[in-house]
Design a binder for this molecule. Structure first.
Ligand SMILES: *Cc1c(COP(=O)(O)O)cnc(C)c1O
Length: 362
């Protein structure tokens, strides 16, 4: 069986796959609405929020766009914090819809520094909202969202968070950290196929959505809100079934056990990588618990390595994105993942690395 270790889509448990084959239900009927409302209740429990949660039929990027267009107006000044490809994407979405985005960029592989956030919020009082990525999947950095949030709230700004690859796997108590919009997607830590983005909203975000004037139609929260949080358009019915089953599994394991498992497995991954004689791309102080980026040493052909892993070791890892292509590779360890899965990745690397030009120790 293929060992799929990329930061999404992630493997699904058998019972989740089975739910994907259930017969369709009328999406406005009593039975489906009951399942849907139950899914939202379970999501709020795992995300530790009493706010609203909306499910939109889209990948995570759709959720980021929904977050922007429902809370901002054309011409609004926003701070776009970025330390990787996904932070940049969030800022680009803001720009495309007419926000005046002030960029705050950190080197790829570095974490966001909350004191720089404070400095810029002090200097630019017109900033209305802050866009930030909790877990930067392109580099394997988890930003200190609790500290960033307390700075943002010191200045009373809206906080929009890309938590696509962290929520449900890395601790993110939404209400405690006062996140106004928090976005995730079904195919990351939720062990569900791609197809749904999940957007959590605070009271402040709902208030902002009443006056935000960015153009929107498919993503408009107004009707969802008037319909008790139920979808405006036909939802991905099978994904809702699958998510419901996956959430039951998560609640059975328990949030604290899930977070501890991710932490433990991330450490095993980093230790295994180092034991092979390879270097981690980021400082272990802010290394992610869901994705590990590994530096490609001199002489290693990353594309070749990933190909050998796929073709000969049934192991699928992720390449570096954009300017990190060829410079790093990434191991996803979120959702359905065990110590054994990672032991297999390390064994596969031990076989494939020398064939792809790595002459190091290990
Ligand atoms: C996966 C991911 C995205 C993009 O999600 P899609 O579902 O591919 O649209 C955005 N941000 C982060 C941090 C991600 O990990």
């Amino acid at each position: 069986m293929t060992n799929l270790r990329i930061p999404g889509p992630t493997p699904c448990p058998p019972e989740v796959l089975q739910a994907m084959s259930w017969q369709m239900k009328w999406h406005r009927g009593k039975e489906f609405v009951h399942t849907f409302d139950d899914v939202t209740t379970k999501l709020k429990q795992l995300a530790r929020t009493k706010g609203d949660v909306y499910l939109l039929t889209a990948s995570g990027t759709g959720g980021l766009e929904a977050a922007v267009v429902n809370t901002l107006s054309v011409g609004d000044m926003v701070l776009g914090i970025s330390n990787g490809v996904f932070g940049e994407r969030f800022a680009i979405i803001g720009e495309k819809f007419g926000a005046e985005v002030i960029p705050l960029n950190f080197e790829y592989g570095q974490a966001v520094d909350p004191t720089s956030v404070r400095r810029i919020l002090q200097a630019k009082p017109k900033i209305k909202a802050v866009l930030v990525t909790h877990n930067e999947t392109s580099t394997g950095v988890t930003n200190d969202l609790a500290s960033i949030s307390s700075v943002v709230k010191e200045f009373d700004k809206l906080l929009l968070v890309d938590a696509i690859s962290s929520l449900g796997s890395i601790s993110l108590p939404i209400d405690e950290w006062r996140c106004d919009v928090t976005v995730t997607a079904s195919q990351k830590g939720w062990m569900t196929p791609p197809g749904m983005t999940i957007v959590f909203l605070s009271q402040e975000a709902l208030k902002a959505s009443a006056t935000a004037d960015m153009p929107r139609f498919y993503w408009d929260f107004t009707e969802i809100r008037e319909n008790s949080g139920r979808p405006t358009w036909t939802p991905a019915v099978s994904i809702v079934f699958a998510l419901s089953v996956a959430l039951d599994r998560m609640l059975k394991e328990g949030l604290s056990n899930i977070l501890a498992r991710h932490k433990r497995i991330a450490q095993i991954t980093r230790d295994g990588v180092k034991a092979l004689g390879l270097q981690l791309f980021v400082d272990e102080r802010y290394a992610s618990n869901t994705v590990t980026a590994v530096v490609a040493p001199e002489g290693l052909d990353v594309d070749r390595l990933l190909e050998i892993l796929r073709e000969e070791c049934q192991t699928v890892l992720a390449a570096g994105l954009e300017k990190l292509r060829g410079k790093i590779f990434r191991i996803g360890h979120l959702g359905l993942v065990t110590e054994d899965d990672i032991a297999q990745v390390i064994s596969a690397l031990r076989v494939a690395l020398p064939q792809a030009g790595f002459r190091g120790a290990g």
